[in-house]
Structures are given as structure tokens and as C-alpha cells.
Design a protein around this ligand. Structure first.
Ligand SMILES: [Zn+2]
Length: 396
């Protein structure tokens, strides 16, 4: 397999129409016309627009029910019941981690994302099964997707004795990031929760990513504790807050103060464009320079049947949910599902400059923001110079 390719007749984002030469999986030359070196495959993009790969900054590949019988959800259930239902399903013999993660991954890639920050549940009931499957597939799919695996204690750490040891084992096994969960609402002991997470992250030279389902000032309180830790602790990895929806649920002046503090502390956030209220004030966060990623979150799982493994569709949902329709606003949304995720993953050599990894996406349209609205099925996905998906079909 060679990782050389000449893409002709394309327009890179922020560039002019022309050709892009890839050598050894990296962008080697960009120009109005580039001659094909001997033996190099040529891909005529037929005028399609060129983007860096989409980045799914928050995925739960191990929860997906894709290809399985319809799951009957009962509305209005509390979080603890949701967690227990999920744990029980995954400890049943019918649950096949590898099959479900693979199905989800291939759809995600085929839709244009070749990077993901993948949460894998760790708890005292299912132990490391999810992490082990995720790490095995990270290796198996290494030529099609770059994965950061987050050990995710959804059911709690301080609240469920033994979980901290399971996270420790997960990190020893090769997980990249320590996950956290609702320091007040689920854990009921926020300082102890953060002591455990940051202790594990320091021990393993990792970052921390905390899910917040806490609303109003409970979420604000947890976020401020995380921000304080980010300022007082020098972790080698990134510190993130996943879906800080509470920011749309407190006084504007308080939300603005916390948003400024996120920038100051270098804490990134992911917003998954929640379908229900509240939602974080995306425009304000963009204006002041918070690093924002997004992700498909739970993809067709027990939580979210309407979520799909499609980061372009996620961009559509972000734009739709936040009333963002001008070219400039749509470009911000495009940046969230590309550069924002890349920064959250601390990727080097991500982008469309010479020397960057040739992790690319071709989409039809007149201008680069147009596919966010049109959601074309025509898509060509390239990983390190190799075509890995065409028009929604994963080719490996
Ligand atoms: Zn999540």
C-alpha cells in the first residue's frame, strides 16, 4: 500500500482551485497544476471542495445499538436508572463490544471523520471490557482513524468504590484520558471526585474530560472547581468539560464570567448541540475564543436514537440549534467540527498546509460552508493519502 496520491480539480478551504499532491501520507505540494510523479494514483475530484478530516470530539462508540433491534425507551427516567439499564444490557451475553464499536466506527469514518475522542465506559460491573475492545479496535482501524480513548466512569468514581482502580487499570492498558462525571449530581462529593481524577491523570501523564449533566448553579459550581484545578495543576494532557449546558441556565453575567475563565485556564469544551434546553451560548464562547469541539455523543444508543455517527450532520445540528445561518457563522461551525476538535486532541500536523497529515474530506458544493446545509451523500474520505470511504461506504 502506498500513501501517495494526486488529487486534481479541487479547491482547498481558504485556497484556490488546483491540485494537491500527497507523498508518504502527507501533503507534499499544493498548486494550480501539479504534475503526477511516475506511478502515483490520480484522483479527479471533479470540482469537489477539500477539507481536513472532520473530528468527532466526543463519541460513545461502545454504546451504539446500530444494527440491533429497536430499543424501547421509556421517557422521563432518571440518570441512575439510565446508567443501570445500560450496564445491564452490556453485561448481558448478547452485547458484542467489538461488533457495535466497529459498526459505529465505519459509519463515522464513511461520513468524513477520521479522528475521534472515544469514551469507553469503565465500571465495577463491566470492568475493562469496553476499554479493551476499544483499544483493540484503535489498533485494528489505525489506517482509517486516529482514536484517543477516554476511560469514562459514567456510574461514578467516588460514589462507586472500586471504580478508581478500574480506571487505573484502564490507563495502564493504554487509555489516553481520564474521564469524569457530574462531580455534584452523581458523585455528591465534587472535591473528592476531582482529587481522584486529577490524581490518576497526573500518575499516568494524561488529561481529564468531565461530563456535566448538572444544570444551573450546580453545573457552574462544578465547572469553577474544574477551572481552578486547571489553573493550579499542570497536567500533561488537555482538560475538557463536555457539554456545559448549564451555561445557558444561569444569569448571563455569571455565564460570561465562567466563559472568560475557561479561556483563561485553557479549558476546552465540547457541545453536542443538545436537543433540549438549556444549551451553552455558542456565539459568546466563539467570540471570546473558547476552544470548542463537538461530537456525535451517543450514537443511536439507549439515550439518543436521533443521534447518528455523522459529524457533518452534527455541524448542521449545531447551526440549526444556535440559529447560525450566515456564511461567517457557518464557518465557525465548520471550525468547531474540524480545528476545534483537532486542538482538543492536541493534534500536530492537522490541516491543509504542506507537511500536514493527508487526512482529508472531499464534498460537493459551491462554497465550503454549503455542505453543512445540504448534507451531501457524495463524500470521499482520505486517511494518510489513502481513500478509506466513498459516498458513505467504508472501504477500509
Ligand atoms: Zn457523552
Amino acid at each position: 500500500v502506498t500513501n501517495d496520491l494526486l488529487i486534481t480539480n479541487t479547491t482547498p478551504i481558504d485556497g484556490t482551485p488546483g491540485d494537491v499532491l500527497i507523498k508518504d501520507g502527507k501533503i507534499a505540494q499544493i498548486g494550480a497544476t501539479v504534475d503526477a510523479p511516475d506511478g502515483v494514483d490520480v484522483l479527479d475530484a471533479e470540482g469537489m471542495l477539500l477539507y481536513p478530516s472532520l473530528v468527532d470530539g466526543h463519541s460513545h462508540l461502545d454504546k451504539s445499538l446500530i444494527g440491533m433491534p429497536w430499543y424501547h425507551r421509556e421517557g422521563g427516567r432518571d440518570l441512575h436508572t439510565m446508567f443501570a439499564d445500560e450496564r445491564d444490557m452490556r453485561s448481558s451475553t448478547a452485547w458484542d463490544y467489538e461488533r457495535q464499536i466497529s459498526r459505529n466506527l465505519e459509519i463515522m469514518i464513511a461520513n468524513g471523520a477520521t479522528y475521534t475522542r472515544a469514551f469507553a465506559d469503565v465500571d465495577t460491573q463491566n470492568g475493562l471490557a469496553g476499554i479493551q475492545a476499544m483499544l483493540a479496535l484503535k489498533d485494528k482501524y489505525i489506517n482509517a482513524v486516529t482514536m484517543q480513548v477516554i476511560a469514562f466512569p459514567q456510574s461514578g468514581v467516588a460514589a462507586r468504590p472500586g471504580t478508581s482502580d478500574v480506571i487505573d487499570e484502564a490507563m495502564k492498558s493504554g487509555a489516553d484520558i481520564v474521564g469524569g462525571m457530574d462531580p455534584c449530581l452523581i458523585e455528591r462529593d465534587p472535591v473528592r471526585h476531582l482529587d481522584l481524577l486529577f490524581g490518576l491523570a497526573e500518575k499516568h501523564g494524561a488529561g481529564v474530560d468531565v461530563h456535566l449533566h448538572e444544570r444551573g448553579y450546580m453545573g457552574a459550581f462544578s465547572a469553577e472547581l474544574i477551572i481552578d484545578r486547571a489553573k493550579s495543576t499542570q497536567l500533561p494532557g488537555p482538560i475538557m468539560i463536555s457539554h456545559p449546558d448549564f451555561l445557558g441556565d444561569i444569569a448571563t453575567s455569571d455565564a460570561e464570567r465562567i466563559i472568560d475563565a475557561l479561556v483563561d485556564a485553557g479549558v476546552s469544551v465540547t457541545s453536542n448541540a443538545p436537543s433540549s434546553d438549556p444549551k451553552p451560548p455558542l456565539r459568546r464562547m466563539i467570540d471570546v475564543g473558547v476552544n470548542i469541539a463537538s461530537g456525535c455523543d451517543g450514537q443511536c444508543d439507549t439515550w439518543a436514537p436521533m443521534n447518528h455517527s455523522d459529524m457533518l450532520q452534527k455541524a448542521y445540528k449545531l447551526a440549526w440549534r444556535n440559529g447560525m445561518t450566515s456564511d461567517i457563522e457557518l464557518r465557525h461551525v465548520l471550525d468547531i467540527v474540524t480545528e476545534g476538535g483537532a486542538k482538543a486532541m492536541r493534534l500536530e500536523n492537522y490541516g491543509l498546509d504542506v507537511g500536514d497529515e493527508a487526512d482529508l474530506l472531499l464534498l460537493p458544493g459551491d462554497v465550503h460552508v454549503e455542505p453543512i446545509a445540504t448534507l451531501p451523500t457524495r463524500r470521499t474520505v482520505i486517511k494518510r493519502g489513502r481513500v478509506v470511504a466513498v459516498d458513505g461506504t467504508f472501504t477500509g
